[in-house]
Design a protein around this ligand. Sequence first.
Ligand SMILES: [Zn+2]
Length: 189
Amino acid sequence: MKAINPLLDKILIPIVLGFLIPIATVVGSKFSTGDWLVWFSNVPIWIWIVIGALITAWIIVIAIRRRISKLREDDHSPIQIISMPDGGWAEAGKIGYAGVYWIVLAPKNPWYELEPKRITARDLDMDTPPRCPKCETEIEQSKSFWGGYVWKCVRCDFQKRNRDSYYREKERALKVVKREWEIKYTPKR
Ligand SMILES: [Zn+2]
């Protein structure tokens, strides 16, 4: 509730003013002339239009400012807990997903293991940020004002809008990769 209140105040003020001005006009008219509508009809129509426009502009400015501050709040990348395998990661391949490239990582065999361990789908991970589909540079992500994200390459002119962040898309791409790995490397019984 606390977060909503300042916003409500800011929106309520123009709305209340929007009602108060005509009410004050009508009441003032009644007291000074005895008729409810004398003042009201004396006020030229353009004044009402200007008042209406000012109130509308006020509400729009508040809505935009609120949207911008929300975008700033959300702009943190999620904390990722990456466990490093004993032998480190090796690049196991590259896949295209959500219009960009993703580097697939597989654990390297630790130097002390003489017999290479079989890598299962569960061992796989993926690198973020993903890579540009044109030049393979790491993608830069920013939030779009109207919702969703913009992915940009800093090296070439590649640009793409995406509904979800690349952290989210990474989880999806990884599911695809794991399944494909299972199909390819699970021994047939
Ligand atoms: Zn590029």
